[in-house]
Design a protein around this ligand. Structure first.
Ligand code: HAM
Length: 414
């Protein structure tokens, strides 16, 4: 009997996991500079949180959730995204009020039951941020700027940004009627998905890839914004312009989750087949109160880390893959071995990356291991050296070697 990982999941093995650590490290670093602090919330939450938060008629809630009954007969769901849980925690822990702006970030696994392909997994990982407590358009722009800085600092090039405004629920209700009037004569020729979206979530019809050609001349939400939403959007654009962040306006961009108001945006990059969205987000001014909190606004993003890593690989960006030892200890004989064990321990305590042979093997085999690990130095200790209180330090890059006093080994290594 042998086991395999569940479909749509991945093992991140040593050699690849360092790439994750690098990217996650950059995310933390950028967040620190922007004053976003980490929040960790449960990986599962009550199913109702996502139904209410993400929206009943979204694909995510309708088709993609990992939902199960726990032994206490409660319906639980593995989080399909990060925002709903963070908003729940924000409300439950009363993070609002002091300070008036709460800026949070998270890095972790999300779960969606989707058809796996390159860049699409059932367990995937997001770096996300959420900022609560201000409707200032400069906060929307800051969220976008943070994402853009993150991509740039991990070495990604050629990514693009699309933005749109989806207005307020009232704007959308009015627009919905206009859109339905446009779509009504097309109903019979539209695909099955479109027809069902017309009834449940008409704005998402315009998102359809299959029927795109039929939507020429469709009314645009962007042309039908109320004055406040239009003014908000203008200011977001002006801030982006001032920061030199390039974007294009995509009036069809509605995003797949229901909570957005005003700004919606997506980052795109080529390189993973037909999948190009490496991140997305926007403002969600009604969500906090929708799930039982006070009237507090929010804005944030979620970036797909698998996708980012795939694009980096495609672009040939070199990321750290291994931690090579500074020194590899080679012991020849039992007495030397006994001396090496505390030396190795001391090296590590002094912050030196150190390794040794564990097999009591011949010198040649030990040096081979040191080479394979790409160690910088081999520190070779035999009986003769031990007697004289010395050790041989060999540079594995040049082959050059010298004998140093055991007492000054660590100084020599530095
Ligand atoms: P989302 O657009 O559903 O937004 O997901 C954000 C990103 O997660 C996507 O752009 C993509 O890079 C990645 N992603 C989504 N599904 C998968 C998958 N099956 N496999 C691999 N990567 C995937 C949200 O989740 C919102 N919570 C973002 C947000 C935060 N909006 C406001 N605050």
């Amino acid at each position: 009997m042998s086991f395999q990982k569940p479909k749509g999941t991945q093992d991140f093995l040593p050699g690849a996991v360092e790439r994750w650590q690098f990217v996650e490290g950059k995310a933390r670093e950028v967040c620190r500079r922007f004053a976003y602090r980490e929040i960790r919330t449960p990986i599962f939450e009550s199913t109702e949180l996502f139904q209410r938060g993400v929206g009943e008629t979204t694909d995510v809630v309708e088709k993609e959730m990992y939902t199960f009954m726990d032994k206490g007969d409660r319906s639980m769901t593995l989080r399909p995204e990060g925002t709903a849980g963070v908003v729940r925690a924000y409300v439950e822990n009363k993070l609002y009020g002091d300070p008036d702006i709460t800026k949070l970030y998270y890095i972790g696994p999300m779960f969606r039951y989707e058809q796996p392909q390159a860049g699409r997994y059932r367990q995937f990982h997001q770096f996300g941020i959420e900022a609560f407590g201000s409707s200032d358009p400069s906060l929307d722009a800051e969220v976008i700027a943070l994402g853009s800085q993150f991509y740039t600092e991990i070495g990604l090039t050629g990514f693009t940004l699309e933005i749109n405004s989806v207005g307020t629920p009232a704007t959308r209700a009015a627009f919905r009627e206009k859109l339905l009037a446009f779509l009504a004569p097309l109903r019979d020729v539209l695909c099955k998905d479109c027809r069902s979206r017309m009834d449940r979530n008409p704005l998402r019809v315009l998102d359809c890839k299959v029927d795109q050609a039929r939507f020429e001349g469709a009314p645009s939400l962007l042309d039908n914004l109320d004055d406040d939403s239009a003014a908000h959007f203008e200011k977001v654009k002006a801030h982006l312009d001032a920061m030199g962040i390039a974007y294009s306006i995509n009036p069809r961009l509605v995003r797949g989750l229901d909570y957005y108001t005003h700004t919606a945006f997506e980052f795109k990059a080529a390189g993973i087949g037909s999948i190009d969205t490496i991140g997305g987000g926007g403002r969600y001014n009604g969500l906090v109160s929708d799930i039982g909190g006070p009237e507090q606004t929010g804005v944030g993003f979620g970036l797909g880390l698998e996708r980012v890593l795939l694009v980096l690989e495609k672009q040939g960006v070199e990321l750290p893959a291994t931690v090579a030892p500074d020194v590899y200890f080679v012991a020849l004989g039992e007495a030397a071995e006994a001396r090496i064990v505390p030396l190795l321990n001391e090296a590590r305590a002094r912050g030196i990356v150190a390794e040794k042979d564990y097999g009591g093997r011949k010198m040649k085999a030990q040096l081979k291991s040191a080479d394979r690990l790409a160690a910088k130095y081999a520190a070779i200790l035999g009986d003769d050296e031990l007697e004289r209180g010395e050790i041989v330090l060999k540079s594995l890059a040049t082959g050059e070697q010298r004998t140093v006093a055991l007492a000054s080994l660590f100084d020599s290594l530095k």
